[in-house]
Design a protein around this ligand. Structure first.
Ligand code: DOR
Ligand code: ZN
Length: 489
């Protein structure tokens, strides 16, 4: 199967250049000058006037499948992702049962492969001290990282996240991991070169703040119950652990200026810490959040100052990845009062349009967008073949018309429940087509009838030669670490 993508402008390897792309059997075979004769091909995609990005990746999606398919399904979330221009999606492990050992990993991979509309990877879940021994098997199976819900308890019976202290009596809750367990998890991951990622809200700070907040009725109460220092305290501890152990620690959905400052300093010191943020923290402030019932999310959306710091971090390279943190609930759930409403919002289908709009408005360059939504994310999660437009890599592309305009209409979303706090957002810059392993996946926001099925992508990190026993002085990060990769590019 030979596919030619002709006439486009490639956004690749930090540069913008006109080129045709010849794809053979699912991989990139050659990049050539526009109009080069390649002999017979099976299909041509005319990309004249379009920007060609490496296939975009959403590394943080909770499809809740199996277990809570009343909220979302993997078929729907991958379809929604693919319709928006994403070609690879990494699935969070908190479905039921959660992915806590290699047997569940294998079972989940099989189930999802039956219905995946785009390529996908699977996260593993840390149960603190309870599944340390399972981690090497999960990494060997290709888990993209191990996730610590640092700030959440889990329902002892079902392993569901416990969103509010009022949801369950304390004895029915597995408490969030303590710092000793976080160090143990990081040490196991470091030995395999694997990534630890955490929801960073320190449980001790949350407990204190919860005790000193009367009742959560307004958005300000929610902010008081989950103060900025919950995030910065957790990140500070993570940095110290990564400094000593030398393992790669990724901070999920950073929401605060204080948090980002800690990440920036750690990276400057050569500590292998990376971070992502999400559109809701970039496009909304607590004032917007207070007006909309559906905006309860952990960590919460904060001030203009925090938002501006995140934009700055996205531009200066402190943030190396972006995700939707698609965490859907049924519409009725999101109508509940703040105190009992589950946290999380839809986002998998609005990540790409919002970020393309930001790009066309000049908030970040196309190269930066390609870096955080594809190249650096593929590198961070060690996804073989993904993230670059280079011969030998998978022929995954997202084609963007920078002049086309859009309006987010929640009725037209492809998720199980069509809901978006960005309903009505107007912007410019549309992913009009995508290609997955050399076959066209999406056109004009819909899957093609003969679109390829998504397959599992297994993470293959470079294991460090040796993990330093002691890091009295933070030395260089170990080989394959995205911090050093980025410094080189
Ligand atoms: O608000 C959230 N909801 N934050 C998370 O980190 C998890 C998520 C969920 O799974 O519902
Ligand atoms: Zn999440």
């Amino acid at each position: 199967m030979r596919l030619l993508i002709s006439g486009g402008t490639l956004i690749a390897d930090g540069a913008t250049h006109p080129a045709d792309i010849l794809c053979e059997n699912g991989s990139i075979a050659a990049l050539t000058a526009h109009g080069t004769d390649h002999g017979p091909v099976d299909e041509v995609i005319d990309a004249t006037g379009l920007l060609v990005f490496p296939g975009l990746i959403d590394p943080h999606v909770h499809s809740r499948d199996p277990g809570q398919t009343d909220k979302e399904t993997f078929a729907d979330s991958t379809r929604a992702a693919a319709c928006s221009g994403i070609t690879t999606m990494l699935e969070m492990p908190n479905a039921l049962p959660p992915v806590t050992d290699s047997a569940v990993f294998a079972e989940r991979a099989g189930q999802h492969a039956e219905v995946a509309a785009c390529d996908f990877g699977l996260w593993a879940l840390s149960l603190g001290g309870d599944n340390l021994e399972a981690l090497p098997g999960l990494f060997a199976a290709g888990a993209v990282g191990v996730k610590i819900f640092w700030g959440y308890g889990l329902d002892r019976a079902t392993k569901r996240l416990v969103y509010n202290t009022s949801d369950l009596p304390a004895e029915q809750v597995i408490p969030p991991p303590g710092i000793t367990e976080v160090w143990e998890v990081l040490a196991r991951a470091a030995a395999a070169g694997a990534l630890v990622a955490a929801h960073c809200e320190d449980p001790g700070v949350l407990a204190y703040a919860g005790r000193h907040t009367a009742a959560v009725t307004t958005y300000q109460d929610l902010l008081d119950a989950r103060p900025v220092e919950a995030e910065s305290t957790a990140i500070a501890q993570a940095v110290e652990a990564a400094r000593r152990i030398g393992g790669r620690f990724h901070v999920l959905h950073v929401a605060t200026a204080r948090g980002i400052e800690l990440v920036r300093r750690a990276r400057a010191d050569g500590i292998p810490v990376t971070a992502e943020t999400c559109p809701h923290y970039l496009f909304l402030t607590q004032d917007d959040a207070a007006l909309h019932t559906g905006t309860k999310v952990y960590p919460p959306i904060r001030s203009r100052h925090d938002r501006d710091a995140l934009w700055q971090a996205l531009r200066d390279g402190t943030l190396t990845s972006l995700s939707s943190d698609h965490a859907p609930h049924a519409p009725a759930d999101k109508q509940l009062p703040l105190a009992t409403q589950p946290a999380g919002m839809h986002g998998v289908e609005t990540l790409v349009p919002l970020m393309l709009d930001a790009m066309t408005r000049g908030h970040l360059t196309p190269q930066r967008l390609a870096h955080v939504l594809s190249t650096a994310t593929a590198e961070l999660y060690a996804l073989p073949g993904k993230g670059r437009i280079r011969p030998g890599y998978d022929a995954d592309f997202t084609l963007v018309d920078p002049e086309a305009t859009f309006t987010i209409d929640q009725q037209r979303l492809h998720t199980r429940h069509p809901l978006s706090v960005f309903h009505g957002h107007r912007g410019r810059g549309v992913a009009t087509a995508s290609v997955l392993r050399g076959r066209q996946l999406m056109k004009d926001g819909e899957l093609l009838p003969d679109a390829p099925r998504g397959t599992l992508v297994r993470s293959r990190p470079t294991a460090p030669a040796a993990v330093p026993a002691s890091r009295e002085h933070a030395g260089p990060v170990h080989p394959g670490d995205p911090v050093s990769e980025e410094a080189r590019s």
